[in-house]
Write a new protein. Structure first.
Lengths: 199, 100
C-alpha cells in the first residue's frame, strides 16, 4: 500500500511538541489528522435537498448560522446559507462523497472532497477557552459559545473553522495545511503559562 | 478596528472582512448603446459623501457572503446591515458627528 506509507499529516513533525505542551487538567493540544471533510453546497430552501442530505448525514442540516449537527459518526458544520462541511472519521471521505452523490443525483449541488485542505487541532481542558481567546476577537464565553457552536474566524491572524465538540470544553480547530505548523507553534507558545510549575 | 455586524455571523472584527465599495450600482440595462463617457461613469465614478454611505462588504474570513452596510464615513458608525437583495433601510438620522 504505497498510498498508506506516504501519508503524512501536516503536523506530524509537531506531534511531540503539542503533546509536550499539554498540561493535564489545564489544557491539552493534539492534532486530529486525516479527518474526512466533504464540502457540500445546495439550496437550503429546497426541502427535498435538505431531506436527502440529512438522510446521508443522519441528522438534519443545520440552518442556523455557525451551528453544528451531529448524526452518528458524521458532523455537519454550517459554513454559509448554502454551504456545509461534513466531517467524518479518517477514511470515510469516499463513502460520504459517494453517499451524497447518490442521494443528491440530478440536483443542483456541489459535493467536493476537501479532506486534504485542512487538518484539525484539538484544544481541550479547563484553560482551552482562555488560550483561544488570546488570539480571537470572538466571544468564547460558555454562555455565548457552547457545544454545537462553530465559527469561521481568525485565530492569531490565521483563518480557522472552530467548533466546540463537547462541554469539557473540547474544541476542534480546522486550519489549512500550510497554516497548521504556524498555528500549532502559536498554540504551544500561548499555553506556556500553564507549564510553569506552581509553588 | 471596526466591529462589523455580519448579517449571518454577527459582530466580527474588521480584519475578517473585505471592502467592496459603493452599493446599489446597477449594471447598465443596454450596454451596447452606452457611450464611452457613460461606461466610464458606470465603471469608475462613485459617490464620496461625508455622512451616511451605503456600501458593500464581504465576510472573507467567515461565511464569505457579500452584504450591504450603512456606514457613517466620519464616525464609522454602522447604522444597519442588510443582505444582498434586501431593500435598503430608510436613511438614518444625523450621525454622532452631526453630519447628515
Amino acid at each position: 500500500m504505497a498510498e498508506a506509507t506516504h501519508k503524512r499529516s501536516p503536523l506530524a513533525d509537531l506531534a511531540a511538541g503539542l503533546a509536550g505542551a499539554s498540561v493535564p487538567g489545564r489544557v491539552s493540544l493534539a492534532e486530529e489528522p486525516f479527518l474526512a471533510q466533504i464540502d457540500l453546497r445546495g439550496d437550503a430552501a429546497d426541502g427535498g435537498f435538505r431531506e436527502a442530505a440529512g438522510g446521508v448525514i443522519g441528522a438534519a442540516l443545520p440552518l442556523a448560522p455557525n451551528t453544528v449537527a451531529q448524526g452518528g459518526r458524521l458532523r455537519a458544520l454550517w459554513l454559509g446559507p448554502d454551504e456545509w462541511l461534513i466531517v467524518g472519521p479518517e477514511g470515510s471521505e469516499g463513502g460520504i462523497e459517494a453517499g451524497l452523490k447518490a442521494a443528491l443525483a440530478g440536483r443542483h449541488v456541489s459535493i467536493v472532497d476537501v479532506s486534504a485542505s485542512r487538518t484539525a487541532i484539538a484544544v481541550a481542558g479547563a484553560g482551552a477557552r482562555e488560550v483561544l481567546a488570546k488570539g480571537m476577537g470572538l466571544d468564547l464565553h460558555s454562555r455565548a459559545f457552547g457545544p454545537g457552536r462553530s465559527a469561521q474566524a481568525q485565530l492569531a491572524r490565521a483563518q480557522v473553522i472552530l467548533e466546540q465538540v463537547s462541554g469539557e470544553p473540547r474544541f476542534r480547530l480546522f486550519v489549512r495545511a500550510s497554516f497548521a505548523p504556524y498555528l500549532a507553534r502559536w498554540l504551544i507558545d500561548a499555553t506556556a503559562e500553564y507549564r510553569i510549575a506552581g509553588p | 478596528m471596526l466591529l462589523i455586524p455580519c448579517p449571518w455571523c454577527g459582530p466580527r472584527d474588521e480584519s475578517e472582512f473585505r471592502y467592496g465599495g459603493e452599493a446599489h450600482i446597477g449594471a447598465p440595462a443596454n450596454p451596447g448603446s452606452l457611450s464611452d463617457a457613460d461606461w466610464a461613469d458606470y465603471l469608475f465614478m462613485r459617490n464620496n459623501p461625508k455622512g451616511w454611505f451605503r456600501e458593500r462588504w464581504m465576510h472573507a474570513q467567515g461565511c464569505r457572503r457579500w452584504f450591504n452596510a450603512v456606514r457613517h464615513t466620519v464616525s464609522n458608525e454602522i447604522a444597519a446591515v442588510y443582505r444582498m437583495g434586501e431593500p435598503p433601510p430608510p436613511a438614518p438620522g444625523p450621525g454622532r458627528e452631526g453630519e447628515t
